[in-house]
Design a protein around this ligand. Structure first.
Ligand code: 13P
Length: 261
């Protein structure tokens, strides 16, 4: 059975007390069936809002199996950037991963490819796992522009990285129209884009370091098995269904049980 990356983006949800309760439930569930969950077959990373990162880190510290990252972070280390939290600060607080270029950052907060690249590069340079999110809008898909849009997002994010910086990189294909809509990409459409992203990454970074490719956009228990069974989909970046520990873990369970069946 292949390893699955189960990444949960909580977005602007979960105050510290809720985060603590969530982690307790998640760890209890993982402990209940220890044989089913090992580092070899599952990597879990939670992306809480900054305010709840310490609560998550304190709750998961003993478990070893669960990591925590940030949903965003500024590329400068410190200075007059009111309202920002730097990636360096996030790392020193204990985060081990950072998303870059999530569609909500791009579309609600106007982050262009250039800013996304700076954030991704900074994350990788300071040793965080950098999760590069990319994906097309519905209008772009309907206009047949998906691959061109994805190419440009990946190319601009890769530019300036050398061949060794693929270590620590994760790619997350999240079609904008599938996020929070309940309408996931078909497994074959998701596979096609993820395979394409994998090829582009291999061309840039070589075949040496394995760069996981995740799919995100309305992933839930009922569609997890088919999506995660695709050859070039290594895991899921989950929004809504990650907000409850049981529905989050059910995504992995659907894959595992499907595999065992
Ligand atoms: P949903 O799973 O709620 O569609 O969100 C996906 C997402 O944006 C994860 O980063």
């Amino acid at each position: 059975m292949k390893k699955i990356w189960l990444y949960g983006n909580w977005k602007m949800n979960m105050i510290p007390s809720e985060a603590e309760e969530y982690c307790k439930k998640l760890l209890d569930a993982l402990k209940k069936e220890p044989g089913a969950y090992s580092k070899e077959n599952l990597e879990i990373c939670l992306f809480p809002p900054f305010i709840s990162l310490p609560a998550v880190l304190a709750s998961i510290s003993k478990a070893g199996m669960v990591r925590a990252g940030v949903q965003d972070g500024y590329f400068e280390d410190s200075g007059a950037f009111t309202g920002e939290v730097s990636l360096k600060m996030a790392a020193s607080a204990g985060a081990s991963a950072a998303l870059a270029g999530h569609s909500e950052r791009r579309h609600i907060f106007g982050e262009e490819n250039e800013i996304v690249a700076k954030k991704l590069h900074k994350a990788l340079q300071i040793g965080l796992t950098g999760v590069l999110c990319f994906g097309e809008t519905l209008a772009q898909r309907e206009a047949g522009e998906t691959m061109a849009v994805v190419d440009e997002q990946l190319r601009s994010a890769f530019e300036g990285l050398d061949g060794t910086e693929g270590k620590g990189l994760i790619l997350a294909y999240e079609p904008v129209w599938a996020i929070g809509t309940g309408k996931n990409a078909t497994p074959s459409d998701a596979q096609e884009v993820c395979a394409h992203a994998r090829r582009l990454a291999a061309r840039k970074f070589g075949e040496g370091d394995y760069i996981p490719v995740l799919y995100g956009g309305s992933v839930k228990e009922s569609n997890a098995r088919e999506l995660l069974s695709q050859k070039d989909i290594d895991g899921a970046l989950v929004g809504g269904a990650s907000l409850k520990a049981d529905s989050f873990l059910a995504i992995y369970e659907a894959f595992r049980k499907g595999f065992e069946a």
